[in-house]
Design a binder for this molecule. Structure first.
Ligand code: FMN
Length: 314
């Protein structure tokens, strides 16, 4: 009943982890079964290691948290030599999340992943591209904000890697439909909607931000209406396969995202407070699908976009 399909990617259930919120490797195995989520999505990895932003990196705000982590990671060679080996076969599906600090790095990273898959297939089932990563060639302007950059990043990966590619959109844009269309042009198999919108939490007495990186990304329940808006509008315009993410805490939230057009969802911040959140959601979801009168997830995807039955005439 719970299996779903995101373009070519088949998943045993529609509730995935969100990148950067479920450890870097298998840390969460102490808390929860790694096979429970439909897929584990790893933290963003760049070509070269990054140290990330100065602390503090996370602050609580009303309705969620702001984070300014700065993509610390050990680089793609570590991902392939260590993380992939450690995680292979332990999750229902494993998705690498990738970003290039320069546009050509997307192709180098993709090539390295393909070589690893050619040597030893089945390490990853898909990749997600973090298009919110700053592009150092354009003064840190993220790929997700310019259609031509988003398209090129996706294309560079698709040309070199045979795995399904999900392009992760940013809410920090005026029109996500043109970015989504650009990602489709580049060959994206689906979209992850959305990454965190930028915010600020400050202490007016000291005149300082609560975060070392000054601005941060907002996540948690406050994000849900914004994320649903992006899922709804992008699905309505493109009908592309969508993984919805932003503020999901409960099975009711998941149903909202499916109805708006998502084929699967990711849960991030909720797992910080409730490490078993995904299991709890999965326990309740079949009952809600039954209440909706459907036997499968796919029957409910985009329910909100179906024409309403005309009122019965007597
Ligand atoms: C601490 C933290 C780190 C994150 N790191 C990444 C990351 O490395 N790559 C990425 O694509 N998204 C990252 N995100 C964004 C999440 O994947 C997700 O899009 C966002 O948190 C919204 O979902 P949520 O409200 O369920 O947390 C991060 C979010 C948080 C809170």
């Amino acid at each position: 009943m719970l299996d779903t399909q995101v373009g070519p990617l088949a998943l045993s259930n529609p509730v995935l982890t969100a990148s950067g919120t479920f450890g870097h490797e298998d840390e969460m195995a102490d808390w929860t079964d790694l096979r429970t989520p439909g897929a584990v999505v790893l933290k963003t990895v760049t070509l070269n290691p990054r140290v990330g932003n100065p602390p503090p990196r996370v602050v609580e705000v009303t309705g969620g948290i702001l984070n300014s982590i700065g993509l610390p990671n050990e680089g793609v060679d570590h991902l392939l030599a260590v993380t992939r080996e450690r995680m292979k076969g332990r999750c229902s599906a494993l998705i690498a999340n990738l970003a290039g600090e320069k546009i050509d790095e997307f192709s180098i990273i993709a090539e390295k992943l393909q070589q690893a898959e050619d040597r030893d297939p089945g390490g990853f089932q898909a990749v997600e591209l973090n298009l919110s990563c700053p592009n150092l060639e354009e003064g840190g302007f993220p790929y997700a904000k310019k259609p031509e950059l988003a398209e090129k990043a996706v294309r560079l990966v698709k040309e070199r890697l045979s795995l399904p590619v999900l392009a992760k959109l940013s809410p920090n844009v005026s029109d996500n439909i043109e970015i989504a269309e650009a990602c489709r042009e580049g060959g994206a198999d689906g979209l992850t909607v959305i990454n965190t919108p930028l915010g600020l939490a400050l202490d007016w007495r000291s005149g300082r931000s609560h975060l070392g990186g000054v601005h941060g990304g907002l996540s948690g329940p406050a994000l849900k209406p914004l994320a649903l808006y992006h899922v709804h509008t992008v699905y309505a315009a493109t009908r592309m396969p969508i993984v919805g993410v932003g503020g999901i805490e409960t099975a009711e939230d998941v149903m909202d995202f499916l109805a708006a057009g998502a084929a699967a969802v990711q849960v991030g911040t909720a797992t910080f407070r409730r490490p078993h959140a995904i299991q709890e959601i999965l326990d309740e979801l079949p009952m809600l699908l039954k209440e909706a009168g459907v036997d499968t997830v796919s029957q409910f995807i985009g329910r909100m976009h179906q024409p309403k039955e005309s009122a019965a005439c007597d």
